[in-house]
Design a protein around this ligand. Structure first.
Ligand SMILES: [Zn+2]
Length: 329
């Protein structure tokens, strides 16, 4: 009971910080300075008025000084984060894996709300999250335990994707030069990172017999995260290239590529690939509704990738088993 209450409160506190990120990251402001203040009267918010969930209820969603109304979104995000933390704890127990997923879901929440409002996903969340996912994988082998038997295939798939991407980009005349996914491939840092990652994955696979048994789980887990971010990001990147050719206009944002790279780093290549295939089902339904409503066919795709990733996280292994069994339970 105490643990449950503590986790709910921890989630609400993190949610309070995510609120700051959602408002400030798209404006490229610091999330640490200045401290929370009322946007209306500029007065700093005292700690007693900044207690997640409770302060909003006690003050009726208004500033103590100038009575300006605060958006209900602040309260909702604190609540969503608290419930997410609690749900992950109930599902995965009080483990390091759960802590890693808490970090991942925090990134998901920021990405979702920022993408809906501004049609961008901040690099701090996607690229930052990807590196955090890779780093955590190196220390928490349990994150990728179920992938260990398939690390070799994941590395092969990652390599194959890179080869296909290279082959496609050898024919630049096929693609519109303004394409955002295309711009991403010009980033030298990404190319070096991908090359080093592929080298590491194949190294671990070739020399597995020589790696001390105590270290092997960590090396395999890191390999799984590395093939995960390449396969996750690569799937969206390839879809973007194909979409550019078919629709003759930019179809996938670079933010989506980076978001799925983050998902792959945390979930591994199998679950990331599954999320990639689940997302369009939700995205298509919403896209049709939005097209009728606003006559605008471009939608924020990030939130649907997040939705697909969450389904993949909780039920992915069952879904994969169901597919392997020929769609029979
Ligand atoms: Zn105020």
């Amino acid at each position: 009971m105490v643990v449950e209450a503590y986790i709910l409160f921890l989630g609400a506190c993190v949610g309070s910080f995510l609120n700051v990120c959602i408002v400030r990251l798209p404006k490229e402001q610091s999330v640490l300075r200045p401290p929370s203040h009322c946007v209306s009267c500029k007065k700093p918010i005292a700690w007693i008025d900044n207690i997640p969930l409770f302060s909003y209820l006690i003050l009726g969603g208004k500033c103590r000084h100038c009575k300006a109304r605060y958006s209900i979104r602040y309260f909702v995000i604190e609540l969503i984060t608290a419930i997410s933390f609690f749900g992950l704890y109930k599902f995965f127990g009080l483990t390091l894996v759960t802590v890693a997923y808490w970090i991942m879901i925090s990134g998901f929440i920021v990405a979702t709300f920022v993408d809906f409002e501004h049609r961008i996903i901040p690099d701090e969340v996607s690229i930052g999250g990807m590196f955090v996912g890779i780093a955590l994988s190196a220390f928490i082998p349990a994150l990728h335990q179920s992938e260990f038997a398939h690390v070799g295939f994941g590395g092969f798939l990652a390599g194959l994707m890179v080869v296909i991407c290279l082959a496609l980009t050898l024919f630049p005349s096929l693609f519109t030069p303004t394409s955002e996914v295309q711009d991403q491939s010009d980033d030298r840092g990404i190319k070096i990172l991908v090359a080093v990652s592929l080298l590491f994955i194949s190294g671990v696979n070739f020399f597995a017999a020589y790696i001390p048994p105590a270290l092997l789980p960590y090396a395999l887990s890191l390999s799984a995260a590395l093939s995960g971010y390449i396969v996750g990001g690569g799937a969206i990147y390839l879809m973007g290239l194909v979409g550019d050719v078919i629709f003759k206009k930019e179809s996938m944002g670079g933010g989506d590529v980076k978001l799925m790279a983050m998902v792959g780093a945390f979930l591994g290549w199998k679950l990331a690939l599954l999320a990639f295939f689940i997302a369009p089902f939700f995205g298509a339904v919403y896209g049709v509704i939005e097209k009728i409503r606003t006559k605008d066919s471009a939608i924020a795709y990030g939130p649907f990738l997040v939705l697909g990733s969450l389904l993949s996280l909780f039920y992915g292994n069952q879904i994969i088993q169901w597919i392997i069994n020929g769609y029979r339970f």
